[in-house]
Structures are given as structure tokens and as C-alpha cells.
Design a protein around this ligand. Structure first.
Ligand code: GLV
Length: 307
């Protein structure tokens, strides 16, 4: 029985060491090492290898990343269990980035960056955090962890999810029927939705129009959720006051794209949250143990929902 690590060698070395220590009965291989494909029971990868059908005894495919949208429909055999990466390192980095983004937008850092470029010393008035309503689109584990980090600042917190949730100190909206009510009270909208057929293009002109005047967007979901032209129009009209984007479509964003130089936009190159090999290896090992004990794995994807 073997585990195949199909990603970069440096991270693989960290996984190899953890597996040797914790699960010595599982043989460990890195991409490029020779192993008969039918011995592979577990595979970790960013996307599905083209020759995945060779692994005829594959039971579990672990995603290197938190999202699984990069596994194209039909690329993973139906009987294979697909598992998202849920690990402390990703969670902590997302908490940092969301705090950074919300504070950047709350404290007018995009405007000050522009003022600095023009050598302007001009304080801007801002509301207290308790009057800035921060709304999370998507209330999964990363959103909930980020919300916990934001609580001490005192923002008015809300969130929307498909199915109803209850989170202490957060006004929770759910279902299509409450979507507009949620949007109309989100001064800073944080998108942390998974990419699915339903969420593709969700950040569009209609959604921006429903946000309050002067709203801001922090996008840490997936690039294809955002209509770039709609965002630029909403920024240029002044309806949206600023945006911070960690994901774009395509990635990298082409050099000529108007978003790069837009004075109200901050862009980072999909670095909000990156899988940390030490904690990720621990999470995968723990999941293999759970699976062997007949328990449900953490992050098991519902293949019909796509997340
Ligand atoms: C990054 O976006 C990830 O999916 O881990």
C-alpha cells in the first residue's frame, strides 16, 4: 500500500519524513520515483494527473489546496474520495490576510497610497469599526476562523451561506431568499466562497448594485467568481469605493489589465493562504487514520455539490 506525493520535491521531503514517523506501514513515493501504479492507494496533488486511471486501486485523492475546483469535472473517477486541504497553516494565513484586507479597506489605505503618490497630506474621516458592517459571502471553516480574528476589532459582522448557520456574534443570512438582504448591509464584502457552477461570476454588476453606496470588496475566493469589467465600472462610478483582490481570472493577471493600475484596487498574487507542508502532512496523516478507523475524513468533498 503506497502514498504518492505529486507536487514539489521540497514539500514532499517534509511529507516523507512525517509519513516515515507516523505511518511507517505506508510506502511513500514522490512524483518521478518508480512505483507500480496499482500499489498507489493514496495520492496528493494540486490537479488530477492525466494518467490517473493507471492508479487502479486509488482510494483517496487529497487536494494540496483548500479548494478543489481545479479538479475538472470528470477528471477524478467517481469512486475515488476527494478531500480538501484543511490544515492549521492555511487557516492562520487566511486569518492574517482577511484581517489585513478588512483593515486596509476600513482604514482607507488605497486612498492613502494614491495620496502618497501625489504627495498629499489629507486625513480622511472614517466610521468607527462598530459602524462598519463586514459581511462574509460564504461561512465555511476559513470564513469562520477569519471572523474570530476580526471580532476583537468590534466590526458589525454578518455572513451569508447556502444552508443556515449560527455563529456567535454574527448576523447569519442563508439561502437565495436572504441574499439581497445580506448584500444591502455589507459595507465590506469578503468573498470566501468555493468556486462552483453557482458561484461562477457571482460578483457581477447586479451584486455590486445591491451593496450599499461606498461598499468595498475583499476577494479571497476564486478568480472566475469576479466580473472584472463590472468591478471597474462600479469603482469608476464611485458606488464601490475600493477592492483588494488576491485572486483574478486569469492568473497571473495580464500586464495590460486595467485592474493593475486602478487607483482603488490592491492586488496580491494569490498568496492569501498557502498550504504549509508541516501542518498539512499532519492533517493528511490524521485523515488517513480517520479513514482507517471508519470515521469520516475532515474536508471530504460532496461530489454532487463540488466542495
Ligand atoms: C489556495 O487558494 C488554496 O486552494 O489552497
Amino acid at each position: 500500500m503506497a502514498f504518492l506525493f505529486n507536487s514539489d520535491a521540497a514539500r514532499g521531503a517534509i511529507f516523507r519524513e512525517a509519513f516515515a514517523r507516523e505511518l511507517p506501514d505506508i510506502e511513500f513515493f514522490q512524483a518521478g520515483e518508480s512505483v507500480e501504479p496499482e500499489r498507489i492507494r493514496y495520492l496528493i496533488s494540486w490537479t488530477a494527473p492525466e494518467d490517473i486511471a493507471r492508479y487502479s486501486n486509488l482510494e483517496i485523492l487529497f487536494s494540496i489546496g483548500a479548494g478543489v475546483d481545479q479538479f475538472k469535472p470528470g477528471s477524478v473517477p467517481r469512486h475515488v474520495k476527494l478531500v480538501r486541504m484543511i490544515e492549521d497553516g492555511i487557516t492562520r494565513m487566511m486569518q492574517e490576510y482577511v484581517a489585513l484586507g478588512v483593515l486596509t479597506l476600513h482604514r482607507e489605505m488605497t486612498a492613502y497610497r494614491e495620496q502618497q503618490r501625489q504627495a498629499q497630506w489629507r486625513p480622511l474621516a472614517i466610521p468607527p469599526a462598530s459602524e462598519r458592517r463586514v459581511g462574509f459571502l460564504g461561512l465555511g471553516l476559513l470564513a469562520q476562523a477569519s471572523i474570530e480574528r476580526l471580532k476583537p476589532f468590534g466590526f458589525a459582522l454578518s455572513g451569508w451561506s447556502r444552508n443556515s448557520k449560527e455563529i456567535d456574534g454574527v448576523e447569519c443570512f442563508s439561502g437565495a431568499g436572504r441574499f439581497a438582504d445580506f448584500l444591502q448591509q455589507a459595507d465590506i464584502l469578503v468573498c470566501l466562497l468555493p468556486l462552483t457552477d453557482e458561484t461562477q461570476g457571482i460578483l457581477d454588476a447586479e451584486l455590486f448594485a445591491r451593496l450599499p453606496e461606498g461598499a468595498r470588496l475583499l476577494h479571497v475566493g476564486r478568480g472566475p467568481q469576479l466580473d472584472h469589467d463590472a468591478l471597474i465600472s462600479a469603482l469608476d462610478s464611485g458606488h464601490i469605493a475600493g477592492a483588494m483582490l488576491d485572486v483574478t481570472d486569469p492568473e497571473p493577471l495580464p500586464a495590460a489589465d486595467r485592474l493593475w493600475s486602478h487607483p482603488k484596487v490592491v492586488i496580491t498574487p494569490h498568496i492569501a493562504s498557502v498550504t504549509q507542508p508541516g501542518t498539512a502532512a499532519r492533517a493528511v496523516i490524521e485523515n488517513i487514520r480517520r479513514h482507517r478507523d471508519g470515521k469520516e475524513m475532515v474536508g471530504l468533498v460532496d461530489r454532487t455539490l463540488g466542495y
